[in-house]
Ligand binder design. Sequence first.
Ligand SMILES: [Zn+2]
Length: 320
Amino acid sequence: MSLASGPGRAVGSSSDQKLCIQKHVDYIKNLDSRRDELEYWLTEHLRLNGVYWGLTALHLLGCPEGLPREDTVRFVLSCQQESGGFGAAPGHDAHMLYTVSAVQILVLMDAVDELEKRGLGGARKVGTFIAGLQDKDTGAFMGDEWGEMDTRFLYGAFNALSLMGLLDMIDVPKSVAYIQKCENLDGGYGIRPGAESHAGQIFTCVGALAIAGRLDLVNNDRLGGWLSERQVEKGGLNGRPEKLEDVCYSWWVGASLAIIDRLHWIDGEKLAAFILCCQDPESGGISDRPGHMVDVFHTHFAIAGLSLLKYDGVKEVDPV
Ligand SMILES: [Zn+2]
């Protein structure tokens, strides 16, 4: 779904702060050269996700060639396990979240065919791992063989399989019925049936329904009302009532609103101004809220949020 048809306002010209595009590009490109820093090793369990966040941010900043293609593809393939799934880093157990990142990176680099040539099997082998994590009775998805259920994993499965054209490998209608069970009276969705509404889970449920072509099941006005109440005085968004604002909800809330065509229900100017206050204008990178340490996760979701708002100089993202 493209925002081009939506009524969202273009922003960026009236804020006092500008997005430091080149600083953020340099910050992301240099992440991999900091291997001597403790933080690099502490985040090893996020490595493949980190590559996806950095690469996507570079694409949105107009620098798609920012990471070396051959090194990146080789690293992704080195994370694949015999099951067809991917771990966070070489030798780590395969999990849905890293497998989705692997597929997204290969798609971004137009390198899905490398799975056939140099991986442990083609796209269908990856699809088999993902499809094997669906609970045949409920339609829900586990993250790995240990069986934890979460609507994040369901969305991840839909995302990766649809990118590879393999949605027919799973029971889509059963998953759709499961998502419906996760809907609450406030119009939102939770991590599993009966769980409280949370913006992150709403994004995964609404995104999965969009991929399934079943947005007709969403109560747009009720959900749009709940989501637009996530904007706090300072312009940022929170994930649930009474919680602090956080830059990453610019994406989880913003993309959900964009998918149901209600992004104009929040103040885009105020949100963009909040996001810009979270950047490090000297060393690049963006943090969860002003004055905090920057990281690649929040850098990515901040830029993706600005993209939803059609910020000057940022490429348009598909909210689904
Ligand atoms: Zn966050």
